[in-house]
Write a protein that binds this ligand. Structure first.
Ligand code: PXL
Length: 270
């Protein structure tokens, strides 16, 4: 299995490609990174980070793969560096019609867009979501996509309504980090079936958790598993990794310490 991963490369802080490559590789999937930007650190909590926009790189990279006849089983997009990258991703997805299309509409968290995300980029993310087979927003991103106000808690009715509205244009929808009914869970909708995977609340937030979740989800879907199973595996692995990081008292902005838990996703690579 081979995935084109259109995400940023942040050197320090364990998010995007620095977790996506090890997780998917451990699951037996070949990752071909198509970097959208190179950063010294992620955008969440370090002063004076260095940011190199790679918008100009994506089209020549796509053209080269097409010239070589390289095929992908999945195309998986995440953090984008500019509005123009929406069009470049649309071209990439359009060029691999048979690939599984995963859009993680990375835009923000806790009700706020990330530092580098402009209003226009957030607005245009909904165009990208429309070509996806699977979309994995967190609660903040789901609110932005739907033009709704972010609230840290959702009622069950609202949660289901949000899933259904996203499901009108994406076949498989997963919303992560939803607080409802005094629980925290990841919720999903596919073919009119609702899935909910609860997990234990940990009073700390680590950047990159969503990338880890979406990578395991992608790996499990590529193994031929259904969304419900993939959500369970992705939740359990993310939770275990976060728990281990929390127990070690690591600084949150340094990200999730996946190194020692990676063997847990290796499981059943035949
Ligand atoms: O994990 C999402 C993410 C990806 N890439 C960059 C980020 C973040 C979240 O902070 O800053 C650069």
């Amino acid at each position: 299995m081979r995935v084109a991963a259109i995400h940023d490369l942040s050197g320090f802080g364990r998010c995007s490609l620095t977790v996506i490559i090890p997780v998917l590789s451990a699951m037996g999937v070949q990752v071909c990174p198509v970097p959208t930007a190179v950063l010294s650190t992620h955008t969440g909590g370090f002063d004076n980070m260095v940011f190199k926009d790679l918008t100009d790189f994506i089209k020549p990279c796509y053209n080269h793969y097409k010239t070589l006849g390289i095929e992908f089983d999945a195309v998986y997009s995440g953090f984008l560096a500019s509005e123009a990258q929406i069009d470049l991703c649309l071209e990439f997805f359009g060029g691999y019609k048979n690939a599984l299309k995963i859009v993680d509409p990375v835009m923000g968290d806790y009700g706020k867009p990330y530092k580098t995300y402009t209003g226009k980029l957030c607005e245009r993310m909904s165009e990208l979501v429309r070509v996806a087979d699977v979309v994995t927003p967190n609660l903040t991103e789901a609110a932005i996509l739907l033009g709704e106000e972010y609230t840290p808690e959702l009622s069950c009715e609202k949660a289901l309504e949000w899933l259904k509205r996203l499901n009108e244009f994406v076949p498989s929808v997963v919303i992560t980090g939803v607080s409802m009914n005094n629980r925290i869970c990841n919720i999903g909708l596919v073919n009119d079936s609702y899935y909910q995977v609860d997990y234990e609340f940990i009073p700390e937030h680590y950047p990159g958790t969503g990338d880890i979740f979406a990578s395991v989800l992608t790996g499990e879907l590529l193994r031929g598993n259904d969304l419900s199973y993939a959500m369970k595996q992705a939740t359990v692995f993310s939770q275990t990794a976060v728990q281990r990081t929390y127990e070690q008292g690591s600084v949150p902005r340094n990200g999730v310490m996946i190194e020692e838990v990676l063997p847990l996703v290796m499981g059943k690579n035949e």
